[in-house]
Design a protein around this ligand. Structure first.
Ligand code: FHN
Length: 454
């Protein structure tokens, strides 16, 4: 077991009852969400007093040990007049993302929503004077996408009693319990009262938070909005689902509700000189890899101080959305496929009708196994190590349907080692060609079979 799986399994062990919690059904089916890290740190964008500050952009206050009094002055400059909630939500939709999670408060402590608990927030402290969370909530409702809030519950480098800032405030005199009771809880209450239905609260870096404090925050969230999910980084093995480490994907299938938060370049918050963009191929294959192991992919964008999502992110998200437009059936609402550890790709599965994936309408058909072929075999003969399965038919997903068979069927032969599907000699999709196997009868493949040839 890798460390990553260990982390997820340990977190899940403690909440085994939650494995079948129907409140997570939409989330289990969604597979792909948009993460947005947006805050004052987008102004320095990785540079302070003429120096490039190493590390992720949203950590600049800590990395450069910027005094509160100086960092606060950024608020007076923050005027993202190009922010357009409709455009952001529409981008998430076109990318095929089903939920959106945005930083309401990150570790720098600046509130990107209108809080009445203090004035260090985007409405009271900036020339912008608008509440982007209100605008996003309205747009998400209008465009039919779920909205969640990131909230840094432990680290707050601005609040004298929050964790993390030891250059302005002495750790010895901090009243962390008072900060949780009198600041964090009222703000979580605001987020869950003023913005309509919130699909999840994404807590982060639990560090010193106690089990009682984590528990009381989970209870508060569920008391205010029972359907609102809490991610695993509330700490102390609580929360509704487990979080993998940043950008980390387990090696094998994980029987847990889990998510990988990930960046498109290296930073979360906007950083001008971070141009290490992952390719669309890498992003699509990571999404499929994660779905094939039962997880969700929460993929980040870091908008600029003007309110613009960087063009390289937009281009990549649209490319993923274009692929999902043709192949989404093999991702959304699926479960880990029957074949794990495949040399040439990944597999996902949609159960037969009568046992639909949670929240999915019954497909009205047989079990469909999706073979995601990353490395197309020379000559097009694909070996599928499923020896005891009768295949009703095999077809290429997204190929033009014909009136009789609903898609281009591929010849299949069965042998003792499994099936051979004969596809075209050249990969129809160099990134990921999806071959669908419709199993005859109730295939009942079950997840987790490893490719014996590996
Ligand atoms: O410290 C944060 C970081 O800034 C970012 O928000 C990521 C997203 O998963 N979480 C923390 C590090 O794991």
């Amino acid at each position: 077991m890798t460390t990553e799986e260990g982390v997820i399994r340990e977190a899940q062990r403690q909440r085994a009852d939650a494995r079948h919690d129907p409140r997570l059904d939409w989330w289990r089916d969604a597979k792909f969400g948009m993460f947005i890290h947006w805050g004052l740190y987008a102004i320095p964008a990785g540079e302070w007093q003429g120096q490039a500050i190493p590390g992720i952009g949203e950590w600049i206050m800590l990395r450069a040990r910027i005094p509160v009094a100086e960092y606060e002055r950024l608020a007076a400059q923050f005027n993202p007049v190009q922010f357009d909630a409709a455009q952001w939500v529409s981008l998430a939709k076109r990318a095929g993302q089903k939920y959106l999670v945005i930083t309401a408060k990150h570790h720098d402590g600046f509130c990107m929503f209108h809080s009445k608990v203090g004035r260090y927030n985007i409405v009271d402290a900036t020339p912008f004077g608008r509440d982007p969370m209100k605008e996003l909530a309205a747009e998400c409702a209008r465009q039919g996408i779920k909205l969640g809030f990131y909230y840094s519950q432990t680290q707050d480098w601005h609040h004298p009693d929050g964790d993390g800032n030891d250059w302005d405030f002495s750790p010895e005199t901090k009243d962390f319990a008072g900060y949780i009771e009198n600041y964090v809880k009222p703000q979580v209450r605001e987020l869950l009262t003023n913005y309509g239905p919130v699909c999840l609260i994404w807590f982060d870096t639990p560090k010193v938070i106690t089990p009682e404090q984590s528990r009381s925050l989970v209870d508060l969230v569920h008391q205010l909005q029972p359907d609102c999910l809490v991610n695993g980084r509330i700490g102390n093995a609580l929360g509704d689902y487990a979080e993998a480490r940043d950008n980390a994907i387990p090696d094998t299938l994980v029987d847990a509700d889990w998510e990988t938060p990930a960046t498109i370049n290296d930073t979360w918050g906007y950083k001008r000189d971070d141009q290490r963009w992952k390719s669309p191929q890498e992003l699509i294959r990571k999404l499929v890899d994660i779905a094939s192991k039962g997880g969700n992919y929460l993929l980040n964008v870091g908008p600029t101080a003007e309110g613009v999502i960087p063009q390289p992110s937009v281009e990549r998200l649209l490319a993923v959305g274009e692929w999902l437009g043709r192949n989404g059936e093999s991702v959304y609402g699926t479960r880990p496929g029957p074949l794990q550890g495949l040399a040439w790709g990944r597999s996902t599965v949609r159960p037969a009708s009568g046992e639909p994936a949670s929240g999915e309408p019954a497909s009205g058909g047989p079990e469909r196994v999706y073979l995601h072929v990353f490395d197309w075999p020379a000559g097009g003969a694909l070996h599928v190590p499923l020896p005891h399965h009768r295949v009703h038919r095999a077809l290429l997903l997204g190929s033009p349907p014909s009136a009789s068979d609903g898609g281009a069927t591929l010849p299949v032969t069965a042998g003792p080692e499994g099936l051979t599907v004969q596809g075209p000699p050249v990969a129809p999709d160099a990134v990921d060609t999806v071959v669908v196997l419709e199993l005859a009868g109730n295939g009942a493949t079950g997840p987790g079979r490893r490719d014996p040839s590996r």
